[in-house]
Design a protein around this ligand. Structure first.
Ligand code: GSH
Length: 203
């Protein structure tokens, strides 16, 4: 088993953090997105969508979508639980993870895609769209701040995949986009310091 990976990209990092939390060792194969290595004919045979990460099983089949890959490893090794512990908890973790994808990750990714020089040749950049999404993302971080005022982690008192999704999104915005995402959101900042101090954050 191996995972096709690119260190700077947030979705592959989501899986790396998830596996680090579970202490699962993995073989990672470096695929350089900026050099277009994920868009070659050979790579598109592995994942017709071209995206990373991709999990290759030993029988030569491929699993894509970072959450699907996490779901597989959660089933394989349930401890520590990162996707919920019973039907109700699983549903709530799912809800918070989807909210982090749609309300936090997506606007931050849009800002990067529509402003960062690395994307100039990849998409038609629309600065006004980046501006709208930046404002939306900042507003949603204030909302997240009000959630984290009430509890330790995003889905409750236990660290879950929802924290990983928000963590990779915020790190992307701060490190690659130079966005000041942690200013004025004290509870998000406290939470971010906590997740960043976990050994998995280095993954
Ligand atoms: N929904 C997919 C998204 C995969 C994706 O778009 N990954 C990005 C990196 S974060 C990528 O490979 N982008 C390069 C490209 O699509 O050419 C997932 O969760 O795995």
């Amino acid at each position: 088993m191996k995972i096709y990976d690119f260190p700077m990209a947030p979705n592959p990092r989501r899986v790396r953090i998830f596996l680090a939390e579970k202490n699962i060792q993995m073989v990672y194969v470096h695929v350089d997105i900026f050099k277009g290595e994920n868009r070659t004919v050979e790579f598109m045979r592995k994942n017709p969508m071209g995206g990373l990460p991709v999990l290759e099983f030993d029988d030569g089949t491929y699993l894509t979508e970072s959450v699907a890959i996490c779901r597989y490893f959660e089933g394989l090794q349930p401890d520590p639980p990162l996707m919920g512990v019973d039907p109700r908890d699983i549903a709530f973790v799912e809800m918070w993870n989807r909210r982090m994808e749609l309300e936090i990750f997506s606007p931050i990714a849009n800002v990067i895609q529509h402003t960062h020089p690395a994307f100039i040749t990849r998409i038609k950049q629309i600065p006004e769209f980046a501006e709208v999404r930046r404002d939306y993302g900042l507003q949603r971080l204030e909302w997240l701040d009000s959630i984290l005022a009430q509890r330790q982690f995003i889905a409750g008192e236990r660290y879950t995949i929802a924290d990983i999704t928000a963590q990779v999104a915020i790190d992307l915005g701060v490190n690659l986009g130079g966005l000041k995402l942690l200013d004025g959101v004290h509870h998000v900042k406290r939470w971010h310091e906590a997740v960043s101090s976990r050994p998995s954050a280095k993954a």
